[in-house]
Design a protein around this ligand. Structure first.
Ligand SMILES: [Zn+2]
Ligand SMILES: [Zn+2]
Length: 373
């Protein structure tokens, strides 16, 4: 028993553990004291909120969707910005973060998942960070090791983190006439809050919500979790289709990370935004819903034609759209007549597709009581 305890203590990563416990404690004590004795000026509040938002985006749009999953390509200035501000989050280097995260996707829910939810909610949230051997001390990511900016940030990570995480906010605070507030609010408090937002991705998104795209993993989709994680709450979709730059695929899904990447693309600062086709997404969804219906005792023979009708109509619609797009560029008299014909066919096929989907949804709701959107 004694030996076991000794081994457990030896496994603790003291630097990370002390940082992750002392920083929130310091904020918990000093923030109320500061607010009691001094006024916090508006400029400091705005600076802290904007810096916190950018810190989170550096993790979600930078560390996660760019460096870990390569879901888009970014201009060198954008990559440098994500790496500099990302370091200020005190979540490790982009190389280490990405290597751990890729392992999480490859080994999700297994013993080798660095932050497996099966080891407990608290462990997945931040407990894994307290243990030295929960991750590889020498992270490997061949593609990232070829990127000199990523390598530089990894090599001098601690210096970058202290500089961007504490020194810069203190200096800006000093310029605003309140260096202590800069250190405390835009430095320490920002770090604590943005870290907690990221930690929620590993705990809450593997606990609360629905699983519309894959029931083979614990990851779930939840609007509420998306709100506190800058869009990472649509985690079931993300685990099913990790190469998509979006996590919330519908326009009304709360995904500020997706909107940021789209905005960067608009200004030519991001390109080759990767998405999964609607057809693939629909197929994944239908597969899960079919499985639920089969579990309710419905026969495969009954479901197969309904499912086929949706997929066939969807595929024909896609083909017609492709024809339409290619004809649109060469406008002459013959193509004009064909375009009109295709438009009509598209309208018909769309109706057919929508009818088949509606029929499926009514059926699903009647038999399982669940909605499909
Ligand atoms: Zn991911
Ligand atoms: Zn996950």
């Amino acid at each position: 028993m004694q030996d076991q305890n000794k081994i457990q203590w030896q496994r603790i990563d003291w630097t990370t553990t002390l940082f992750l416990t002392i920083t929130p404690l310091v904020c918990f004590v000093l923030v109320p004291i500061y607010l009691w004795y001094w006024d916090l000026q508006w400029s400091m509040i705005v600076f802290t909120v904007v810096f916190a938002g950018l810190t989170n985006l550096s993790i979600t749009a930078g560390y996660h969707r760019l460096f870990s999953h390569r879901t888009y390509e970014a201009h060198p200035w954008v990559r440098a910005f994500w790496l500099l501000v990302g370091a200020s989050a005190f979540q490790g280097s982009a190389l280490k973060w990405s290597a751990d995260h890729r392992k999480h996707h490859n080994k999700v829910d297994s013993e080798d998942d660095p932050y497996s939810i099966n080891k407990g909610f608290w462990y997945a949230h931040m407990g894994w960070l307290f243990i030295k051997d929960s991750t590889d001390p020498n992270p490997k990511a061949a593609d990232l090791e070829k990127d000199w900016m990523v390598v530089l940030q990894h090599r001098y990570y601690v210096a970058f983190a202290i500089l961007t995480g504490f020194a810069v906010p203190t200096l800006i605070g000093w310029a605003l006439g309140a260096p202590v507030a800069g250190f405390l609010f835009a430095g320490a408090l920002r770090i604590v809050l943005t870290q907690q937002s990221t930690f929620c991705v590993n705990s809450l998104t593997h606990t609360f919500g629905k699983r519309p795209y894959s029931e083979d993993v614990s990851a779930r989709d939840s609007f509420w979790v998306a709100v506190i994680t800058h869009g990472e709450g649509y985690h079931n979709y993300h685990h099913r289709f990790q190469t998509d730059y979006r996590n919330g695929i519908r326009w009304y899904h709360w995904d500020p990370t997706k909107w940021t990447i789209q905005l960067l693309a608009l200004f030519g600062l991001a390109q080759r935004l990767r998405t999964i086709s609607k057809h693939e997404i629909l197929k994944a969804r239908l597969q899960i819903e079919e499985r639920r219906l089969l579990l309710k005792g419905l026969s495969k023979e009954k479901l197969a034609p309904m499912k086929e009708r949706i997929l066939a109509a969807g595929e024909s619609l896609r083909q017609l759209r492709r024809d339409y797009e290619s004809l649109k560029v060469s406008v002459n008299e013959t193509s004009q007549a064909r375009i009109e014909q295709i438009k009509l066919q598209m309208a018909e096929k769309k109706l057919d597709f929508e009818f088949a989907v509606k029929q499926w949804r009514i059926y699903l709701r009647a038999k399982t009581g669940t909605f499909s959107s």
